[in-house]
Design a protein around this ligand. Structure first.
Ligand code: AGP
Length: 591
């Protein structure tokens, strides 16, 4: 939800480097930004509201001198979006500055106590208790920094990672249920929420575990736990994450990522060796549950349908945020398929931990192979679709679908016909569908700018795509959109349809075709405007988006593309930045 970065180097000024790092991690939160550097025994802070580049233009972060520093981009949880609430936060004596990601659950109680002791708070954030606690313990323990950090971590409740800078040049970090990674370069050390924060400088990383505390002093790091016991963690070479994080020829990351889909389509199948083990866990499980949030939940819905239809395996899909309310009924020997692009979504991690307590096996489908979810899973399949920077999931959705299709194919004795010829055709089909770009742009340009509601209809496998399409429109264009199971229309939603409605019907020619045409008639007679996504045109459609003829069960992989493109152009029409929708963050690491 927020990104944190710490840097201690020998030759390079910290501020410009921190700005670069924060730009790379801005997807994690982008309502305000701040930097602190240490120079000649003094900590200097500069911070403000807005995205990194905007604030940097005004505050000129590079002016902050010093080769040691910390930085932060914020996604507000406690306290509004304001300069004061932006991080870093100072201790009273300005000897310590802190950046924090996560939530301090007992901050009210701590704040009251610290205030009574004379500490003065300048923000409404939960985070600000950290520098004050560090200050308090530094005083109590005669500047024994290590002891102060340990005592601070002991008293904090919640999920958090923080990085603190002290006026003597020491940097420390702590990881408690929020990610924190050490980057090891030749003459510098980093502490970062994501490898993207330091990947330009080094691919050597240490992924800290929960409960790890780290200090960086004299360009050496030392890791220990809350009992002051030394901890050794392996140095990992970061691999795929080296993929490009630039926009290239595209105006936005989101558009680039939509257009990357043909090229990454089979990475998830071809670059994983663990499909057999993953399938074995499913076969041996007494019950199969699937969990995920947002787009990943939609992948889960499709997985449930495919597992039932082709592999005759019954499963239940539960949104990760709802999982905790049913976890007591989990049978031992269950398998939980956890789907998550980031592998850091708090709701997913929480669901998985609950399931683990009940003895379930965790099978995860993720993009970030080094994520928290990966590390608590029994079997992992990696999307390998490269970094997804746009907050809206696009290529990762396709990557997830391909893994799911391959798993079901293996479990069903190749009933999904994913042979080389069909794989090649699928790539061409997606390429052809991407050519609808101009047509969709024109359709969107002709839509009423006051448009308030969009409904997307689909049956069976297409219903999950209707939900996914509507999520894309909501988050990218801030327009109310609803995915509806076409058969449910007459049970209520039809009351909403009138001449002002825009309805998109997902209707390739398969077993659902005739029934969806019937629903389309019902909509047409209420005067709504209809866009049809199908391999076959129909007189009922006001606009027709043609997708290539395919094998029935492969249509979902292709039909989501026009919906992604439409959401993108709707965002431009509404003058919204598609890469960074308001109020959202790419990685939702709070519950
Ligand atoms: C999708 O466009 C969203 N940004 C969001 O719903 C996302 O899919 C969800 O937060 C889950 O993220 P994850 O896949 O990283 O767990």
């Amino acid at each position: 939800m927020c990104s944190i970065i710490g840097y201690k180097g020998q030759f390079i000024e910290a501020a410009p480097l921190l700005v670069e790092s924060l730009k790379k991690m801005e997807y994690r939160g982008y309502d305000s930004v701040g930097i602190a550097t240490m120079n000649n025994g003094k900590i200097l802070i500069s911070k403000g509201v807005g995205k990194v580049a905007e604030v940097d233009k005004i505050l000129e972060f590079a002016k902050l001198p010093g080769q040691i520093g910390i930085g932060h981009t914020r996604w507000a949880t406690h306290g509004g979006v304001s300069d004061k609430n932006a991080h870093p936060h100072f201790s009273c004596n300005s000897d310590i500055a802190v950046v924090h990601n996560g939530i301090i659950e007992n901050y009210q109680e701590l704040k009251e106590k610290l205030s009574k002791e004379g500490h003065i708070f300048k923000s409404q954030t939960d985070s600000e208790v950290i520098p004050h606690l560090l200050e308090k313990y530094c005083k109590e323990f005669n500047n024994d920094y290590k002891k102060s950090i340990i005592y601070t971590c002991k008293i904090l409740k919640g999920s958090f990672a923080f990085v603190a800078i002290f006026k003597n040049g020491l940097i420390c970090g702590a990881r408690f249920d929020e990610p924190l990674i050490i980057g090891i370069a030749n003459s510098a050390l980093f502490l970062s929420s994501d490898v993207l924060g330091f990947l330009k400088h080094t691919d050597k990383a240490i992924f800290l575990d929960n409960g790890d505390i780290v200090t960086i002093d004299n360009n050496k790091y030392s890791i220990f736990d809350i009992n002051n016991k030394k901890v050794i963690r392996p140095i990992t070479q970061v691999a795929w994450e080296l993929g490009s994080t630039e926009k290239g020829k595209y105006a936005h990351h989101t558009l680039k990522e939509i257009h990357e889909q043909p090229s990454i389509l089979f990475n998830s199948i071809n670059k994983n060796n663990d499909f057999q083990q993953f399938c074995k866990f499913i076969k041996n499980a007494s019950n199969v549950y699937i969990t995920g949030s947002g787009t990943s939940y939609h992948s889960g819905l499709l997985a449930k349908n495919l597992l039932a239809k082709f592999a005759k395996i019954k499963s239940e899909v539960i949104m990760s945020s709802e999982f905790q309310y049913m976890s007591d009924t989990l049978e031992t020997n269950s398998a939980i398929i956890a789907i998550s692009q980031s592998g850091e979504t708090a709701d997913v991690i929480h669901a998985v931990k609950k399931a683990k307590e009940h003895g379930s096996k965790i099978l995860s489908i993720i993009n970030i192979s080094t994520s928290s979810l990966a590390r608590i899973s029994d079997s992992v399949l990696v999307l390998n679709c490269g970094p997804e920077i746009g907050v809206a999931a696009t290529k990762s959705f396709i990557g997830q679908l391909m893994i799911i299709y391959n798993v079901v194919n293996l479990l069903s004795g190749n009933q999904l016909s994913l042979n080389k010829i069909n794989q090649k055709k699928l790539v061409t089909d997606i390429e052809k569908t991407l050519e609808l770009d101009e047509k969709i742009k024109t359709i969107v340009s002709m839509l009423d700018s006051e448009i308030k509601d969009i409904y997307i209809l689909g049956r069976s496998l297409h219903y999950s795509i209707a939900l996914e399409g509507s999520l894309k429109i909501k988050e990218l264009a801030y327009i109310h959109a609803e995915g509806i199971a076409a058969g449910e229309l007459k049970h209520g939603p039809l009351a909403l349809i009138d001449a002002k409605s825009l309805v998109i019907v997902i209707n390739p020619v398969d077993e659902t075709y005739k029934d969806v045409i019937s629903s389309t008639h019902e909509i047409k007679s209420r005067g709504a405007k209809i866009i049809g996504i199908s391999n076959k045109n129909h007189e009922l459609y006001d606009n027709y988006l043609q997708i290539p003829e395919s094998i029935d069960h492969l249509y979902p992989i292709v039909e989501v593309i026009p919906l992604q493109i439409m959401a993108y152009y709707l965002s431009l029409k509404m003058q919204v930045d598609p890469d960074y929708p308001r109020n959202l963050a790419k990685s939702v690491t709070v519950k």
